[in-house]
Write a new protein. Structure first.
Length: 101
């Protein structure tokens, strides 16, 4: 009998894939690098730095947030984004595990 797809992969494999997917675009990699060098930044500042539309930036931020790599705090009229340190450390650990040869 075949194993159902949802039971075949471990939770670690699913988390690794989710983090990898979230980092699968250069804009998102740039955002993570920026946030790892600075404590936090505002979405408005990011939109000035990046050559993309604000709506496109919002989608990238949403993807990173949904993966748990960043967190946003609403400070009207702006949103302040920071790394989710716990999940970022986990993502680094999981990526190192799959990079071992």
């Amino acid at each position: 009998m075949a194993v159902p797809k949802h039971d075949f992969f471990t939770e670690r494999q699913r988390k690794t894939a989710r983090f990898a997917k979230a980092l699968g675009h250069p804009v998102r990699v740039y955002i993570i690098q920026l946030l790892s060098q600075n404590a936090c930044c505002y979405s408005g500042d990011l939109s000035e730095d990046l050559p993309i539309a604000k709506s496109t930036l919002s989608q990238h931020l949403k993807e990173l947030k949904n993966a748990g790599l960043i967190q946003g705090t609403i400070e009207p009229p702006k949103i302040r984004y920071c790394l989710n340190e716990e999940n970022w450390k986990l993502a680094q650990k999981l990526m190192k595990e799959i990079m071992k040869v």
